[in-house]
Design a protein. Structure first.
Length: 337
């Protein structure tokens, strides 16, 4: 994938989400949009350097364009891991400066790095020196008592000077003490205007807005103010929305007109994975929201939730779950909505 193609893909990205955007999830999402940029879960440099790389970094060729998100703060280790990721064919290497969990704070990375822009600049420079693919950063507008006006500006200047290829901003602060990671995605208020001002002040920096984007239509409207939009929970919890990405964001036909056809298209992958020893539920757990709002969706969901976890569960479970949907064309309503 060329740099130009990748910057076009950046118009719409599906957020990195720990325990959610694993390779099965990404393969499933890719069936609904050929164009969106998908992200791995955050993987720490320590895990890559000392862990089982094939398991941590393996992915299917169909997932491209796919970005690898790294967690760490040691420039040397990040450079090393970026090189490993690029050699495996990842299209972009991203650094996490947004995760507020205690575990991450102990490792001195994630959101607490908002307080260390010079170090993040060194990290970006080391990653850029190690790879030819784009290097990006995902951050917050600030942490704790920081003033987002100055914290985001100082941070953006540091990463821009280091040559970052895009800055993805989760448009709210993170509170490192007192809020859980989940609360840190809901409690601090969203401030899109701060991100719009960042873009206006840095016209040459590719700025991607993240946080609270609820529909692809909303993402389209945001493109007037920023270079791209990243959607997290709405994409995961209501994956049918992704069928609108290629038509609305890229002016191309959706890969499938109906969510049911997506499930059918997933069957060969499921068979291949089951043969490799993957449990059916590891794949189907990402599909539970696919028919949300369609008659029979609850039965679809319940069937998968109870049957796919049973030992030896096979493709028939998926076929039977589909049969729970009452109206074969009803899922079209989502796409028209
Ligand atoms: C379950 C879950 C796991 C997440 N894991 C990560 C992660 O590994 N790396 C990261 O940068 N952000 C992570 N996030 C934050 C999302 O990438 C995103 O910034 C946040 O959910 C706001 O976007 P949204 O409102 O569209 O969901 C996670 C979010 C959720 C819900």
């Amino acid at each position: 994938m060329t740099r130009k193609e990748l910057s076009a893909a950046r118009r719409f990205a599906i957020a990195p989400m720990m325990d959610w955007t694993d390779r099965h999830c990404r393969f499933f999402h890719r069936l609904m949009t050929r164009r969106a940029l998908v992200y791995t879960e955050m993987i720490t440099t320590a895990a890559i350097i000392h862990g089982d790389r094939a398991r941590l970094l393996g992915y299917d060729a169909a997932e491209h364009p796919v970005a690898l998100q790294l967690g760490g703060s040691d420039p040397h280790a990040l450079g090393q891991c970026a090189r490993i990721g690029a050699a495996l064919g990842y299209d972009e290497i991203n650094l996490n400066v947004g995760c507020p969990s205690d575990r991450v704070q102990e490792g001195r990375f994630g959101a607490c790095l908002m307080a260390e822009p010079a170090l993040v600049g060194d990290c970006v420079a080391a990653m850029k020196a190690a790879v030819a693919v784009p290097v990006t950063v995902k951050c917050r507008i600030g942490i704790d008592e920081q003033d987002p006006e100055s914290s985001l500006e100082t941070f953006a200047c540091a990463v821009e000077a280091a040559g970052v290829d895009a800055l993805i901003v989760h448009a709210r602060k993170a509170w490192l003490k007192g809020l859980s990671p989940r609360e840190n995605r809901e409690v601090p208020p969203l401030d899109y205007n701060r991100v719009f001002r960042l873009k206006a002040a840095h016209p040459r920096l590719a700025v991607v807005l993240n946080g609270g984007v609820a529909s692809v239509e909303q993402a389209v409207a945001l493109l007037d103010r920023v270079d791209g939009v990243m959607m997290g929970r709405a994409a995961y919890q209501e994956p049918w929305r992704l069928l609108a990405v290629d038509p609305l964001m890229f002016g191309e036909a959706a890969p499938f007109a109906q969510a049911k056809a997506v499930v059918a298209a997933l069957v060969p992958y499921v068979e291949r994975e089951l043969a490799r020893g993957t449990r059916l539920s590891s794949i189907t757990r990402h599909m539970l929201g696919l028919f949300r709002g369609v008659p029979g969706a609850r039965a679809f969901r319940r069937h998968l939730a109870t049957e796919a976890v049973k030992p030896g569960a096979g493709v028939q479970v998926l076929v039977d779950a589909l049969a729970q949907l009452l109206d074969t064309d009803a899922d079209l309503a989502h796409i028209a909505a």
